[in-house]
Structures are given as structure tokens and as C-alpha cells.
Design a protein around this ligand. Sequence first.
Ligand SMILES: Cc1ncc(C[n+]2csc(CCOP(=O)(O)OP(=O)(O)O)c2C)c(N)n1
Length: 480
Amino acid sequence: MEILDTVNSPKDLKKLNKYEKIKLAEELRKLIIDTVSNTGGHLASNLGVVELTIALHSIFNAPKDKIVWDVGHQTYVHKILTGRKERINTLRTFEGLAGFPKSSESEYDSFNTGHSSTSISAALGMARARDIKKEKNYVIAVIGDGALTGGMALEALNDAGNSKTNLIVILNDNEMSIAKNVGGISNFLTRVRTRKLYNKSNKYVKRAVLRIPKVGSRIIKLVRKVKYGIKQLIIPNMLFEDLGFKYLGPVDGNNIEDVEAILRKAKDLEGPILIHVLTKKGKGYKIAEENPDKFHSTSAFEIETGKAKKAKKDDYSKVFGKKLVELAKKDEKIVAITAAMRDGTGLTEFAKTFPDRFFDAGIAEQHALTMAAGMAKEGLKPVISIYSSFYQRGYDQVIHDICMQNLPVVMCVDRAGIVGNDGETHQGLLDMAFLKLVPNITIMAPKDFIELEQMLEFAVNLGKPVVIRYPRGRRITRKI
Ligand SMILES: Cc1ncc(C[n+]2csc(CCOP(=O)(O)OP(=O)(O)O)c2C)c(N)n1
């Protein structure tokens, strides 16, 4: 009998010993790979958090303790362990399980997510509500290193770090957003990861020095005095501690025992805590480990080869990307901007062809839009592509920074309209609700690939704010 057959809720999980949990992790991985190979979905992120999720549900008592998953694309394991195992094969289908947390689906889904970087704000709100109600429970936000690049996450860290509130933030650091993570915070995390090496080498040095007769222990004392200074040298600043968090880690997030130990420790501490957990995206499925960006979100695929079950044809995003490269070859003022969606928006070829004219702002739509405005103000022709639902983040930036100043930014709205299986948070329906009222704006929507190419050429030369909105994939137009 499989261990997973005996686990229907976190209560069952708590009865397992460490060996059974390791076996359970293996079974969960197999179930997730089998499921996503049929339904499509966020494979690599889920494979990375199997052990972390087991540890969380072993140490905390959800739903009393609140676990808020950032973005929420990595909650398949959580769903399986919280009573939804039998329905996991309906993932991302009509009336089936949602691909993201849904309070209406389960009391274990403490907060609905889908868009990035909201977890710390929501968790801080829940923690403050708990304090006012004089209740006792833990609140835990689980946020990826990619989601941490979003402005909201930083605003929340700033507020939470300064509060006295008991709150646990788990930073799930796999060095990847959808593609390799970018930016200064990502570089900072890389430096923190080297702390592990520093601690290890420190132990070896200590052992060697103690072997020196007579002076050995004196040298150690002296070293201890300057240790803080050395630490500052190697880890130039401990951002999280400076912000007011107690920092724990880094810990191997794919080792259940280690994660459980650090979670227990966090439970005993007061105030805001940040636990830095290192995981491997795609863990346990070699093809996904080697191509974590391709398997971040995948359509149905053959398990043996990793190849898509249905061959991919050209879509609007690809046609946009190709045409933009062609236009940029003739006009060096054209620059391209993405908010962490290089491949999804079709900009991979542009990034390779013009690395100096391509900018990935991180999961930071607001910043990306205003940066585009700055570029336009100084005479460049910025073309920015964002999914319709994520434009919701940039409402004021489109109005206040681009359109009111009548700046020539080309705003491509990808995934406009119905997007299907990612569910309600990802539908591209609301951008028109605000775009149509914005001053100085020209809005176009191509009916086919040729019109998209023509509109893009027109847009980069218009000299005013312009929107081109197009759907996901390829629209099937009936021949009359
Ligand atoms: C506001 C917003 N922009 C873009 C996305 C698309 N998106 C989904 S997951 C993801 C990357 C998340 O990376 P990370 O938080 O590190 O999680 P991982 O998948 O690596 O575990 C992105 C950009 C989103 N969900 N929300």
C-alpha cells in the first residue's frame, strides 16, 4: 500500500515517521508529474516545494494556522495533502480544482492568490487581525524569490519588519522566477547563499587553528571579536535583519527534517521571522530540473521525453516578438521591456538579438511601465508587453506616467480576453474597463497575425501612447 493512500488530511501526515515522509514525497512527485502531464500546469514550482509543504503541514495546524501562498501556482502538493487528492485529476478544468488557492474550494486555502507578491501583505493583515481579536495562531506567508521582486512584497516587508507582530515569512529561493531571477535582490540572495559556505569553511578553520599548540585558543578568541566584521565583509548587509526580521537559514528546503527543525525553531521566536529556504525547481524530474523555465508552466506532455502532446503553432505573442525584432533592426530607438515574462510575451528572440536594448524589470509591472515612460521622455521608443490581467497592477502608471504626459510608449496587452485554465485571476477581461477612459490613448486590436504586424509598425511610429491588445494563442477565425 502506498503511504499517500493513508493521508487524507494534515492530521494523517503528523502520524508518519521521517522515513515514511521521504517515501510520501516520492509518491507525491509521481502523482504531480502524472497529473500535470495530462492537465498541463505549473510543474517545476510544485516539484520544488514537495518537502517544504510536507514540513509545513507537519509542524503547523492548518486551517487554524494560516498559510498564505504567494502567486499560489505551487499549491498542488498542498491541495493533495488537504483533502483534495481524489480530485487532483480535475486540476485546471471547468468545475474541477483550481490551479491556484481558492477559499471557496477548501478552508485550508486561507487567501486567494494568482497575481504575485501579495502574500506578506495579506499575512500581516491576518496577523494583526489575530492580535486585535486576541486569538492564538500562526500566520505564515510562503513567497518565492521571484515574487519578492514585486513592489508590494517590499512594501509589506517594510511594514511587517517594523511591527512587533508574530509573523513567519518563508522565502522559497530557487534562484528562478519563470526564467532566471533578475535584479539586485536576487544578487543579494546569491550573496546570502554563500553564507553557508562561509559557515562551513569557518568550522574547518577553527579546527585547524585549535591544533596549533598554546596560541590556538587565543587566536580563536581574537577571531570571534572580528567575526561580525568578517561576516559583514562576506555578506555586505543583512537586508532582512536590517528591516527588522529575525533571519533563519539558509536551510535545504528539499530536506524534510531540516525544514521541520527550522520551522519548530521559528515557532518559539517572537516578532517577524524570515526563514530562507533553498529549493530546486523541477526537483525529481530530470527534464524539468534541466529546463525549469520551460516546465514552470507547461501544456500536457509525454513523461518520457518531456515533449508537448500537441505541437505548438505560431501564436500572437510569437508573431509580435518576430515583428519587433524586424522593426528594431531598422530603428535603433526601439527597446523592449518585460515584467518577468520574457518567453510568455514572445520577447526571447529580441533579448538574444539586442541584449542591450532588452529590459526585464522583474515581477514589477508598475515600475516597468513608469520606466518605459522615462525612456520615451528621453526619445526612445519603448515597447512593453504585459498580460492583460497583470496590467491591473499598472493602472495609475498607464494614466499618470504615460498617457497624461502623452508619451509614446507602445503598450502591448497580451492574453487579452478569455485565457482558460489558469482561472478567474488570469482572465484578460478588465483592461478595457480602464484603458478606454484614459486620455490621449489609441487602442487597436488585430483580427489576425498580419494586422498585428501592421499595427505594431504603425504604433512604433505614432509618437503617442498606444495599446495593441491580442488574445492568447491563435484566434480561430471562421472563413466566410
Ligand atoms: C503580478 C504578476 N505578474 C506576473 C505573474 C506571472 N508569474 C507567475 S509565477 C511567476 C514567477 C514566480 O517566481 P517565484 O516567486 O520565484 O516562484 P517559483 O515558481 O520560482 O517557485 C510569474 C512571473 C503573476 N502571477 N503575477
